[in-house]
Design a protein around this ligand. Structure first.
Ligand SMILES: NC(=O)c1ccc[n+]([C@@H]2O[C@H](COP(=O)([O-])OP(=O)(O)OC[C@H]3O[C@@H](n4cnc5c(N)ncnc54)[C@H](O)[C@@H]3O)[C@@H](O)[C@H]2O)c1
Length: 253
């Protein structure tokens, strides 16, 4: 799965233990030039510097994915830095986990803005650029198993991730003939900062969660990065509009 000669943009790539950075690192090691972006500006520059330290081609940039203006700026900066964009990974996300009766309108709106509107904004600017280049492309959108099955306390998150999953298919239908492929990934429970925050008040939940997973353990960021790298590469050249669950069997039960 080589990405030699390809340029990728990955959002939400600031967390050292996160799925965005793992994906950016694996794609860079496979030969891609990578633009890492995140609202956490200092941290994303540090992650890009780590990759540069490995001799890989990477740049970092501050980016709030809810801002249409910032999307335009990030796309221009990526094209200026690397000449084009072949791969977009819409990874940035937050989890607003509240039961429905405690979920206020601001919580709901923030969840939808960061996880769903951001993906619409990113796909729109990337599609315009990829169409102008005329050489195809691959867009990978982060959904979740919460976009497939019902999880209590996750209604807003589920709405955002289910939205990403089905919006991905619709976009894929619009650009299939131009060889711009659009797919979504449904991670299961992966041990990142997001999970650590979610269960920090209840360590016993760690064992309880592992017990629900057929493979007996949470996933590692590289389990997701491997799927992202496959979807980014020409090894998946006949794959579009798909949804790819990487969950240790969680939703197969
Ligand atoms: N970890 C899991 O178990 C899991 C499961 C299913 C889906 N996911 C999804 O995978 C993606 C990555 O999750 P993670 O576990 O690595 O999370 P994480 O919290 O470790 O990292 C998310 C990153 O997104 C960034 N971010 C947040 N708001 C932003 C904004 N407005 N603009 C730009 N960047 C912003 C954060 O700064 C952070 O670096 C998310 O979309 C998440 O919903 C994760």
């Amino acid at each position: 799965m080589t990405l030699e000669g390809k340029v990728a943009l990955v959002t939400g790539a600031a967390s050292a233990a996160g799925l965005g950075f793992a994906s950016a690192r694996m794609m860079a090691r496979a030969g891609a030039q990578v633009m890492l972006t995140d609202i956490a500006a200092d941290a994303v520059l540090a992650r890009a510097a780590e990759l540069q330290g490995e001799g890989l081609k990477a740049e970092g940039m501050a980016h709030d994915v809810t801002s249409a203006t910032e999307w335009e700026a990030v796309l221009s900066a990526s094209v200026k830095a690397f000449g084009k964009i072949d791969i977009l990974v819409n990874n940035a996300g937050i989890a607003v986990l509240k039961w429905m009766d405690a979920l206020d309108v601001d919580d709901w709106q923030r969840q939808i803005d960061v996880n769903l509107t951001s993906v619409y904004l990113g796909c729109r600017v990337a599609l315009r650029q990829m169409r102008a280049q005329g050489t195809g492309g691959s867009i990978i959108n982060f959904s979740s198993v919460a976009g497939l099955v019902g999880i209590p306390g996750a209604a807003a998150y589920a709405a955002s991730k289910g939205g990403v999953r089905i919006m991905t298919k619709a976009i894929a239908m619009e650009c299939a003939k131009e060889n711009i492929r659009v797919n979504s990934v449904q991670p299961g429970v992966i041990w990142t900062d997001m999970q650590q925050v979610a269960i920090r008040d209840n360590p016993a939940q760690y064992d309880a969660i592992n017990a629900t997973i057929p493979m007996g353990r949470m996933g590692e960021p590289d389990d997701i990065a491997a799927m992202v790298t496959f979807l980014a590469s020409d090894a998946s050249k006949y794959v579009t509009g798909g949804e790819f669950t990487v969950d240790g069997g969680l939703t197969a039960q």
